[in-house]
Design a protein around this ligand. Structure first.
Ligand code: GLA
Length: 396
């Protein structure tokens, strides 16, 4: 727990809302090890929760207003809005995420008989693609569950409500991965999730002499949400084309296909760009299944190779990498003791994730930092991480 940040949140909560001794809630960000852009194509993903995330506190109000304040964005002040005024697209400011969670719950038929004062503080690096928004949604859901006594909402439901908030209220057509990882993460485990059925298993992340290293490029190319929604649309078009092919009328999602089947039917996809998008989704799903199998056999070398293939496909077929990220990946891979390195998350900047031999991590950091700075004039940030626990109460 980030005790300094929690203390700041508690002090600020008392100062602004006059409440002492309220609980503190937390939901983490995530890193995805493999299985990228498969979660809206009915495929598998393999993320884990991180130690960084969003902390939140909540207190009931007598009227029907929501007041929201972020310790990180103190300049933005307090947002005050009656529950009845919540509407998708109302705002593009940060409060769209907590607002969206309240709104999505109301859409599900949950009635709130009073409003709430909410406050947040986060330590996910801004714009890093480590899912600060999902952690904000999930922590909001957790606080609502507690304040309004909605014990029927389990972690899966909180993830789905968070995703609905993001899809409808915020207009970002994301899949379920980020919210699921934030709500359901388990210390020392990665989550092997079938996004079609939401069946999942927790796989111990036993890396032996290796460790996970996240590298933050500190670049975020604009219009991430529209580019992301565009990819999703291209996949939908590829699927629609395939469904016209004899024998594939019943195809429910791209990831139902094996790579062999894809090769057999791919000519049915008319647009070559859409065909490349579909190819990525199908092969990435197959890689994810193989990677989890390799990890369970302690075969880190194969796991790393599949991570490399994942990146190459995201770069060449899915077109969601960029030169800064490619440089980080290439320079990391050149160093001995690196099993694999790839972009993680939605793309267009953000972070890479690598599996590195522990004794080589200092060399990787030193060399990659220098090359990256020399070429782009940006100080990359490096985080050695382990999977942490999903959403929970940190101060009772
Ligand atoms: C973003 C989305 C996820 C997922 C990834 C790509 O993080 O929020 O749902 O689609 O991109 O794998």
């Amino acid at each position: 727990m980030n005790t300094e940040l929690v203390k700041k949140l508690q002090d600020c909560f008392y100062e602004r809302y006059g409440q002492k001794d309220a609980k503190v809630f937390f939901a983490p960000g995530r890193v995805n090890l493999i299985g990228e852009h498969t979660d809206y194509n009915g495929g598998h993903v393999f993320p884990c929760a991180l130690s960084v995330g969003t902390y939140g506190m909540i207190a009931p109000r007598e009227d029907d207003h929501l007041r929201m304040y972020s310790v990180n964005l103190s300049n933005a002040g307090v947002t005050n809005i009656p529950l009845q005024k919540l509407r998708p697209g109302r705002t593009r400011k940060w409060t769209q995420y907590p607002e969206g969670v309240f709104w999505s719950m109301m859409e599900k038929g949950i009635a709130f008989d009073h409003g709430a004062d909410l406050m947040f503080a986060g330590d996910v690096p801004a714009g890093s693609g480590l899912s600060s928004s999902a952690s904000l949604e999930v922590v909001t859901g957790l606080m609502i569950r507690e304040l309004y006594g909605l014990s029927e909402l389990d972690g899966r439901e909180l993830a789905l409500v968070g995703q609905a908030a993001e899809n409808v209220y915020c207009g970002m057509q994301c899949g379920i991965m980020d919210q699921f990882a934030s709500a359901m993460g388990k210390k020392d485990h990665a989550i092997y999730l079938n996004t079609e059925t939401l069946d999942y298993s927790l796989v111990p992340l036993l890396l032996g002499e290796y460790e996970l290293l996240i590298t933050n490029s500190k670049v975020k190319h604009s219009l991430v949400s529209s580019a992301y929604n565009g990819r999703r649309m291209e996949c939908a078009k590829a699927l629609a084309d395939l469904q016209k092919v004899q024998g594939l009328q019943e195809l429910g999602s791209l990831c139902e296909l094996t790579p062999e089947q894809f090769e057999q039917y791919q000519s049915g996809i008319t647009d070559p760009v859409n065909r490349r998008r579909a190819k990525h989704a199908v092969y990435e799903n197959a890689r994810t299944i193989r990677a989890v199998d390799a990890l369970q056999k302690n075969d880190i070398v194969t796991f790393g190779k599949l991570m490399n293939d994942s990146h190459d496909s995201l770069r060449d077929d899915y077109d969601v990498s960029c030169e800064e990220i490619d440089l980080l990946v290439n320079e990391t891979r050149r160093i001995e003791g690196v099993a694999g390195s790839r972009i993680t998350g939605g793309g267009f900047g953000g972070c890479t994730v690598s599996i590195v031999k522990k004794n080589q991590t200092p060399a990787v950091i030193a060399e990659v930092r220098k090359k990256y700075f020399d070429l782009f004039g940006i100080e990359a940030a490096f985080y050695r991480v382990m999977p942490e626990e999903g959403a929970h109460i940190v101060v009772q």
